[in-house]
Design a protein around this ligand. Sequence first.
Ligand code: SF4
Length: 500
Amino acid sequence: MPENSAPRTYQVRTFGCQMNVHDSERMSGLLEDAGLVPATEELADVIVFNTCAVRENADNKLYGHLGQLRPVKEKNPGMQIAVGGCLAQKDRETILQKAPWVDAVFGTHNVGALPALLERARHNATAELEILESLEVFPSTLPTKRDSVYSGWVSISVGCNNTCTFCIVPSLRGKERDRRPGEILAEIQALVDDGAIEVTLLGQNVNSYGVEFGDRQAFSKLLRACGDIEGLERVRFTSPHPAAFTDDVIAAMAETPNVMPQLHMPLQSGSDKVLKDMRRSYRSTRFLGILDKVRERIPDAAISTDIIVGFPGETEEDFQATLDVVEKSRFATAFTFQYSKRPGTPAAELEGQLPKAVVQERYERLIALQDRIAAEENAKQVGREVEILVAAQSGRKSDQTHRLSGRAKDQRLVHFSVPAGAETPRPGDLVTVTITEAAPFHLIADPRDASEYRRRRSRAGDAWDRAQADSCGVPSAGTAGTVPGKGVLLGMPKLPTPVR
Ligand code: SF4
């Protein structure tokens, strides 16, 4: 970079699952380590696509985005475009053949190579392609730029040893690789030291954690060890697999106070025949049995799920079995998907692919059922006192209603107002209120006066203050040059004014 020139800007565009969101935090961290800064405008000097191969048409969408950037790049010759993630791992050189204006292509196993590939592409004026077949460095050892100061993601494993026939993950992310517990706990401690009060343990199949180093109870031990980390208030994890969900995990959840009463348990189908065709090794009875055991030990647990509608060969009877399990499961939320062929997966080759109209009609019935259940379950929350971890506010809704938002311990979304005379919380602070209204996808708490509202300042709120001050170039509290008593106020963004 020439002297005195402004630093190059970057933008990471993320598609797909939480694993990708977390990988994108690493890409941002790597680019910032290399001296780039986040772009504040639409156009950045470096644009990275972190792609997903799970959805049909994911490739068409990517090439559409890349096509839009072609004329932009022609006008801005210094601009660089990189493509990473699952689709890059799968399509490799095809990306460079179809979009030769791309500068770098990297896979899911070598996220850490991104800055070097961009630099090499710039220096050599050629496109760089680097895909590894397996992981060389565990991605969590790479620098990360977290999206949130109050919560963080921690990878405990990557890859998956299962072979679900609809899933591309095993071929793109490889066999399960587990991090050692000491390394995971050290990363959690570092996040907590940095102000986080919530962590989510992340893996394609978290409860098989330990398979690589031969400890079947490693996941429950890890949850219990999280309970010993001082200052860590909320521990979550995603995603477990019903087949390997053992009683020791339920016991650890119930007996570790900072493990939250929330569980994401992917059902996929309620039909045993479809589960068999999906190569999911549990059956509906086992699935429902897990939910019973969880609710017996953790009565207020909010359970969410993933369901695929219209898997090849799914009959009306099979679909009815899914509706029956959904009715019995009383999910707080369900992520519902219409089956679509994913090239490279065994299910894409199966006979009995269903017409779109049939899938759509079943999907709508499932949504209607789940929306009713979600509304009924949320209605039971009215009158309950909940503690909310206040989120960074965004979106129009909060501007219009003047309510702030956050998540209850069970991960339910709560919009709440701050009564007259009460202190407005910072993102990362904790607020205790009583639920006054319910809708299928959120809850509302409008305390009548300050006596119905409690705010707890948290270390995460302090970290938010510091991050805001630092991002404005203002020294934060506790750093040299702080104005006594006022150090963190300058440059603070205004939170929406609460209803008075
Ligand atoms: S458990 Fe199945 S769906 Fe989940 S990542 Fe592994 S193969 Fe894919």
